[in-house]
Design a protein around this ligand. Structure first.
Ligand SMILES: Nc1ncnc2c1ncn2[C@@H]1O[C@H](COP(=O)(O)OP(=O)(O)OP(=O)(O)O)[C@@H](O)[C@H]1O
Ligand SMILES: O=C(CO)[C@H](O)[C@H](O)COP(=O)(O)O
Length: 405
């Protein structure tokens, strides 16, 4: 970049460097820059000519990958709740928007980067999981712009009509969460992530959840649910599942081992797999960091009806990475007694004693609140808050520095 002059602009705590040897662009207003849904970079006023701009914002970007029906929305509700304030779609916008905005967080759904609508996919014979049905160039441009503090006009994929609706304006938030099928698929997007999570739901459990939701709430038949799972499986295995190797934390949901040959999928064994050495992320541990522990907490302080509860913790390897794994099998009878378990966990990034229990009680009606899915989603939410606060503190002491490493 030639003769780069740095101007601080008013909007969004963002600093933009403008590569111009003269000061003729001083009138440029960063608020007017959009990355439009054709992937182009432009200004609404036309004042910006000739120069290249590079902005460095304060936004941290979190990626959440999972198949459809794997609990992403539930996780997002737990995460935004940790930051306080309610999350809602952009005010006055498209009622079918997939975006959720709260004071601190903006959650965008990567389905909005489908390049083929429902009919287009049908005609070409590709599923939504296939990279050919998604526009990764635009995803990269827009996530980068938001990370850099620049607003974008993001397309909307309408799940009701199956069409691509006119774009919506998304402003750069403090925390941007990109959730969906492919947040870690494209290396350029992956490199923008400050933290990444993969929800790994085993086939048996995914099937049980999908039946519960799509039969009960959406009126689908058992046969059509089975057929849709089967049709998605090859692309899921090829394009979605491999992303877990890149995740900083994986929540793996499996059938219980406490009930022999259980096929109901109600009692779950859930693992929280936490990568070691991730900046600003200290894995949670049980009793003694780095040791291997098995713990049955049932007894005087924790009521457990059949089949009971068991925890385990220890070091392991995951796709060649050193990880710590915390596992919970079984379910809680009484959520208020969760405080007993919480008090034996360390590095949980709570701000006060009992914060996990309080969060779980607050959302007792969310699916998974009585088992490891809710517990570990809540813990990951607290770890993300901690990561955000550490990065913000570091930026305050050393402005304009990259924080990833
Ligand atoms: N932890 C859980 N325990 C039990 N059931 C769950 C859990 N999480 C999700 N489910 C079930 O799965 C369904 C889908 O959950 P959710 O809507 O959060 O997933 P999603 O990944 O956002 O789905 P989609 O992408 O299709 O909108 C819920 O309606 C519920 O039936
Ligand atoms: O895997 C999905 C992600 O949520 C959806 O199936 C995908 O977005 C396609 O949408 P639709 O079901 O509207 O055709």
């Amino acid at each position: 970049m030639a003769a780069c002059t740095i101007y601080t602009v008013q909007a969004l705590n963002t600093t933009c460097s403008i590569s111009t040897p003269t000061k003729t662009h001083l009138g440029f207003n960063q608020k007017q820059v959009f990355f439009n849904s054709n992937g182009g970079k432009g200004t609404s006023s036309g004042k910006m000519r000739g120069g290249e701009i590079t902005c460095s914002g304060d936004t941290i970007v979190i990626g959440l990958a999972a198949d459809s029906g794997s609990g992403k929305s539930t996780f997002m509700r737990r995460l935004t709740s940790v930051f306080g304030g309610a999350a809602s779609p952009p005010k006055g916008g498209n009622p079918d928007s997939n975006t959720l905005i709260s004071d601190t967080t903006t959650v965008i759904c990567l389905d909005d980067y489908h390049s083929l609508d429902r009919t287009g996919r049908k005609e070409k014979g590709v599923t939504a999981l296939d990279p050919r049905a998604n526009d990764f160039d635009l995803m990269y441009e827009q996530v980068k712009a938001l990370k850099d503090g620049v607003a974008v006009e993001k397309p909307i994929y309408n799940h009701v009509t199956g069409l691509l609706d006119p774009p919506e304006l998304i402003k750069s938030p403090k925390i941007l969460v990109i959730e969906g099928l492919h947040p870690m698929y494209d290396q350029r997007v992956r490199d923008l992530l400050d933290f990444s999570i993969y929800l790994d739901i085993s086939n048996e459990v995914k099937f049980a959840w999908k039946i519960q939701r799509d039969m009960a709430e959406r009126g689908h038949s058992l046969e059509s649910i089975k057929a849709s799972i089967e049709a998605r499986k090859p692309d899921f295995d090829a394009y979605i599942d491999p992303q877990k190797q890149y995740a900083d934390a994986v929540i793996e949901v499996l059938p219980t081992r406490l009930i022999p040959d259980d096929n109901e999928g109600k009692v779950l064994r859930v693992k929280l797999i936490m990568k070691e050495g991730v900046p600003y992320f200290n894995p949670v541990y049980l009793f003694d960091e780095g040791s291997t522990i098995s713990w049955i907490p049932c007894g005087r302080k924790l009521t457990c009806s059949y089949p009971g509860i068991s925890f385990s913790y220890g070091p392991d390897a995951y796709f060649g990475h050193e990880v710590s794994v915390l596992e919970m099998d079984g379910q809680f009878d009484r959520l208020d007694e969760l405080i007993y378990v919480e008090s034996h966990l360390s590095n949980i990034s709570t701000k006060f004693y009992g914060e996990i229990t309080q969060q779980m009680l607050k959302h007792a009606d969310f699916p998974g609140s009585n088992n490891g899915t809710g517990l570990f989603q809540t813990i990951v939410g607290l770890k993300i808050r901690d990561l955000f606060e550490q990065i913000a503190a570091k930026r305050e002491s050393t402005p304009l520095q990259s924080t990833k490493s």
